[in-house]
Design a protein around this ligand. Structure first.
Ligand code: G
Ligand code: MN
Length: 258
């Protein structure tokens, strides 16, 4: 599997797919998250559930993350050249990046190489390891100093702690799907509603992940959640699918304005 993975990386078999983020109040696309997908030369897709956990422990993940980052910078550069609106597209950075001393400089150099605004490629990091929290703190600060917008991924799951909200300079907090899943209970609503207030009071924005139905969406919208990501609006899409959806969205908004 490891050899297959290295071969796939070299062979360009990894693709960035895009899951849109929507502003629930304005009902329009405000950004996207790039997610890795593996397409075999025969055209079949390898299930993400099957290969992501396998390589989370391996250094190959660092190269995969950088590859996807490059794909996203390339897409943003093409949008810029075409005079299109540049919506931010966030990329995931694995904790494995902690083992690469030059990761911040390398990412910054890629942004410069593609001549894109650094604000259009936010970085998502999971603050999930109590043991390495000092190292995470250092990485997050260095990314921030380099100019990157930072999104805390999967907040509310695993080892993510409330302390990190005050300690780390994130711009956006992404509420984990496990929190969204509790919205069918009054207790779950109470926690999420107050989390949104805390995050706003700290000067950060909130994205809810894994929103799958209209009730969850309506509640989050009523509580002022800044953006929604999940199957309710859209699954991750190929670049082509994402651009088509965006086009439809623009047309829709244009109709409303007219
Ligand atoms: O760790 P992170 O939150 O970056 O993972 C995102 C993953 O969650 C992607 O693989 C994506 O396909 C999946 N995902 C996104 N939205 C939904 C959703 O509404 N429901 C479920 N079950 N999975 C989702
Ligand atoms: Mn993510």
């Amino acid at each position: 599997m490891e050899a297959a993975f290295a071969g796939a990386l070299a062979g360009g078999e990894f693709e960035a797919w895009y899951q849109p983020k929507f502003d629930p109040a304005a009902d329009r696309i405000v950004g996207a998250e790039a997610l890795v997908r593996w397409r075999k030369p025969d055209g079949s897709m390898v299930s993400t559930g099957a290969f992501i956990p396998l390589f989370e422990k391996d250094g190959l993940v660092i190269r995969r993350d950088e590859y996807i980052f490059r794909q996203v910078c390339d897409l943003q550069a093409r949008r810029l050249a075409a005079g299109q609106e540049i919506l931010p597209i966030s990329v995931n950075m694995s904790r494995m990046a902690l083992h690469r001393a030059d990761v911040v400089a390398a990412y910054r150099a890629i942004v410069d190489e593609y001549r894109i605004p650094i604000s259009c490629v936010p970085i998502e990091i999971t603050e999930s390891s109590a043991l390495s929290s000092l190292q995470i703190q250092d990485l997050v600060k260095r990314l921030k100093d380099a100019g990157f917008a930072l999104h805390m991924d999967d907040f509310g799951s695993g080892y993510s702690s409330l302390t990190s909200l005050s300690m780390l300079p994130f711009d956006v907090i992404k509420l984990d799907k496990s929190l969204t899943d509790t919205l069918n209970t009054v207790k779950g609503q109470t926690i999420v509603s107050h989390m949104i207030d805390i995050i706003h009071a700290l000067g950060m924005r909130v994205v809810a992940e894994g929103v799958e139905d209209a009730e969850q969406n309506a509640y989050l919208r009523s509580r002022g959640c800044d953006a929604i990501q999940g199957y309710f609006y859209s699954k991750p899409l190929s670049e082509e699918g994402f651009r088509a959806l965006e086009q439809k969205n623009l047309t829709k908004n244009h109709d409303v304005d007219a």
